[in-house]
Ligand binder design. Structure first.
Ligand SMILES: O=C(O)CCC(=O)N[C@@H](CCC(=O)O)C(=O)O
Ligand SMILES: [Zn+2]
Length: 332
C-alpha cells in the first residue's frame, strides 16, 4: 500500500475516513498528516505566508487533485524549497473514490456554519475542514494568509480557467491577487455580489485570507486529465511555495465579470432554456427567457449577459446558475 511519502493521493484513496497522525522531517521543514486528505507543511525558516491549497471539494474534479499531488511528491522528494506554511487539502476523499461530485449533499454549500442546516456525510467533513483551516491560520507567523480552492467545471467554458472572487462586503479588491490569477493562467474573474457558503468565502470572511475559487478546466476522471494544460498554474504555485511571493502577470489578460443574479431552483419543474452542451459564459439577448418554473421566470435583463454554472440537477433552493456581465477590472 502507498505511503504518504510515495503518493499522498493513493494513500488518501486507501484511507478516506481516519488516519493516525504522522510526522516526517523534510530537507527544509516538517510535514504532518493531520487527518484524512489533510497535510500540513511547516518550514524550518521563518514562514513568508500561510497558504491553503485545496482540491477535491467535489470528488469528481480530479485535475487539480493530481496537480496538488505532484507538488506534494516534489516536496517529499526534497525537490522544492519550502518558504511558506502550507496546508494541502483533498476535500472529499469518499466522493473522490466514488467519482462523484458529492455523496449526500454538496460540500461546497456547507461552509460558514451552513452545515448546521444539512444532513449527510459531508456535514462532518465540512466541520473538520473548517477546524483544520482555523487551526492552521491561528498559527499564522506573518506575511499573507492565502487560500486557493481549486475546482473544474461540469461544462465546457469559453474561458477555460476562471476564478470566482468572494463577495467583499466593502473590503477593497487586491489588484496583486488579480495579477497572480493571471500568472496562474486564469482568463476571467467573476466578482460575487453576495455572501455564499463556499470554502473560499469561509476563509475570506472568517479568517481575513485572500481566498478564491479557481476553475482549472473541465471535470474528467482520474488519469483522464492533460496536466500540460495546467503547466502555468503548476509553475506559479511552485514559485509561491519556494519563494513565498505571488508571481505577477498582466491583468489585461483577464476579462472581468460582475455576478448580476443567482438563478435559484425554486420548484421541481424549474427549467433552463438552454441546450445541455451550452458552455459557461454563453451570452444572450435582452428579453430572452432563460429560466422558468411554476413559480417564476427569469428574463435576460441586458444583451450580452451570460450564464455560468448552469445546472438544474440540484435540490430545490440551490443555485442553478449565475448570470454575469462584463466589467473592466482596471476600473474597480
Ligand atoms: O461547473 C459547475 O456547474 C460547478 C463547478 C464548481 O464546483 N464551482 C464551484 C464554484 C464555487 C464558488 O462559487 O465560489 C461550486 O459550484 O461550488
Ligand atoms: Zn467544484
Amino acid at each position: 500500500m502507498a505511503t504518504i511519502i510515495d503518493d499522498f493521493l493513493s494513500f488518501t484513496l486507501s484511507n478516506p475516513h481516519s488516519v493516525s497522525q504522522q510526522t516526517h522531517k523534510l530537507s527544509c521543514g516538517t510535514v504532518i498528516l493531520e487527518a484524512a486528505g489533510i497535510l500540513r507543511f511547516e518550514p524550518d525558516s521563518q514562514a513568508k505566508a500561510s497558504v491553503v491549497l485545496s482540491a477535491g471539494i467535489h470528488g469528481n474534479e480530479t485535475a487539480p487533485i493530481e496537480l496538488l499531488n505532484d507538488l506534494v511528491k516534489q516536496l517529499f522528494r526534497g525537490e522544492l524549497n519550502l518558504a511558506v506554511r502550507l496546508l494541502i487539502i483533498f476535500g472529499h476523499p469518499e466522493a473522490m473514490i466514488a467519482g462523484k461530485r458529492f455523496i449526500d449533499v454538496n460540500l461546497n454549500r456547507l461552509f460558514c456554519g451552513a452545515w448546521e442546516r444539512y444532513e449527510g456525510i459531508e456535514v462532518t467533513r465540512a466541520q473538520n475542514l473548517e477546524q483544520a483551516v482555523s487551526e492552521f491560520f491561528s498559527k499564522h507567523q506573518g506575511g499573507q494568509k492565502l487560500h486557493y480552492d481549486l475546482h473544474t467545471a461540469i461544462r465546457g467554458s469559453q474561458y477555460q480557467k476562471f476564478a470566482i472572487h468572494p463577495f467583499t462586503g466593502g473590503r477593497a479588491y487586491n489588484i496583486a491577487q488579480f495579477r497572480w490569477y493571471a500568472a496562474l493562467g486564469v482568463e476571467a474573474v467573476l466578482l460575487s455580489h453576495q455572501p455564499t457558503t463556499t470554502f473560499s468565502y469561509h476563509s475570506y470572511v472568517n479568517h481575513g485570507a485572500e481566498a478564491v475559487t479557481i476553475e482549472l478546466g473541465k471535470v474528467r476522471p482520474f488519469g483522464g486529465n492533460d496536466l500540460s494544460t495546467l503547466a502555468r498554474a503548476a509553475e506559479s504555485l511552485t514559485s509561491l511555495i519556494e519563494k513565498g511571493s505571488l508571481r505577477q502577470a498582466d491583468m489585461e489578460a483577464i476579462q472581468g465579470f460582475a455576478v448580476i443574479d443567482v438563478l435559484e431552483k425554486d420548484a421541481e419543474d424549474y427549467e433552463l432554456n438552454i441546450d445541455h452542451d451550452v458552455k459557461n459564459f454563453t451570452e444572450f439577448e435582452a428579453g430572452f427567457e432563460l429560466a422558468k418554473s411554476s413559480h417564476s421566470r427569469y428574463i435576460v435583463k441586458q444583451s450580452n449577459d451570460a450564464i455560468v454554472f448552469p445546472n438544474t440537477d440540484i435540490p430545490v433552493g440551490q443555485r442553478a446558475g449565475l448570470v454575469v456581465r462584463r466589467i473592466a477590472l482596471n476600473k474597480l
